[in-house]
Design a protein around this ligand. Structure first.
Ligand SMILES: [Zn+2]
Length: 282
């Protein structure tokens, strides 16, 4: 495996704040009851405003993954995201579970989402993140064919980007045959770096943790990566309906403070990180 390679123009450590603006897209697709829909509505009503204000106050560019329903329903949020200089990536239309979609259904959702972004930015989006980080076996091939530059749904690395492999084969008798990497770049995710499994009281989750416990995890990741992964990326994933509660916003402020206090840290959009990484590959 290659060691850490820091391109000449890379910061010591990149930090990316990624925001999945799901809003009510999956709650209404599932036909959830009113309290669940209201929990989701907190995102566009309160949470995203607080996040955008914090990013503006600290002059931090970020990446927003927005389902098509959120993008078109809460158009003021979309406008504010773009006015703030942030990146807009795709995240399904109604936050579909792509593991449950047939290929033609998945293609249709991808195409519709791309066109919705193009309608507001004038350009195709570079990035895609699977809703629920849930993928069917062919999903990333469809994402690559749709023209996306990067995906952010897999977990095979932490601070380093890599190319998505297609066509791995695993046989009980003949073992594993690795597929070939395509053009799609992976920006890896992880549950511990996502606010949702930390804070939301879903089944099998601890839920509703103290922010201090999560802040410890996130800042230790910063310190470890800063020391051991020069040129690497620490990325967090947050949801406005989750991180937007006051006690968690206070934690996000402290996380940003901790990152800014480290030497050579740059807050960056994912498309910027991916473009620099791609240019450094030979
Ligand atoms: Zn989502």
């Amino acid at each position: 495996m290659p060691g850490y390679h820091r391109p000449m123009d890379a910061p010591r450590l990149s930090v990316a704040i990624t925001i999945d603006h799901d809003a009510i897209s999956d709650a209404i697709r599932r036909g959830d009851p009113p309290v669940t829909v209201s929990h989701a509505e907190f995102g566009p009503r309160v949470g995203i405003k607080r996040i955008l204000a914090l990013l503006a106050e600290r002059s931090i560019p970020a990446t927003f993954f927005v389902p098509g329903h959120s993008l078109t329903t809460f158009i003021d949020d979309t406008d504010a995201i773009l006015a703030g200089g942030h990146e807009l990536g795709c995240h399904g239309w109604f936050h579909e579970d792509f593991a449950e979609l047939a290929d033609d259904e998945a293609r249709a959702v991808l195409d519709r989402s791309i066109e919705a972004v193009r309608a507001v930015t004038g350009a195709a989006p570079a990035g895609w993140r699977a809703p629920y980080w849930s993928l069917g076996k062919s999903t990333l091939g469809l994402v690559e064919a749709a023209g996306f530059v990067y995906d952010s749904s897999l977990m095979a690395d932490d601070y380093r980007l890599y190319r998505v492999r297609h066509g791995d084969r695993h046989s009980m008798t003949d073992g594993t045959t690795w597929g070939q990497p395509g053009s799609l770049v992976e920006v890896p995710v992880y549950w511990a770096m996502d606010d949702w499994p930390q804070f939301e009281p879903a089944p099998n989750r601890a839920g509703l943790k103290a922010p201090s416990a999560v802040l410890e995890i996130w800042t230790e990741e910063l310190r470890y990566a800063h020391r051991h992964a020069p040129g690497g990326l620490v990325m967090i994933t947050v949801h406005p309906e989750c991180i937007g509660r006051g006690h968690r916003m206070a934690m996000l402020e402290r996380f940003i403070d901790a990152a800014a206090a480290l030497d050579g840290v740059a807050f960056e959009r994912l498309d910027v990180v991916v473009a620099r990484w791609s240019a450094a590959q030979t």
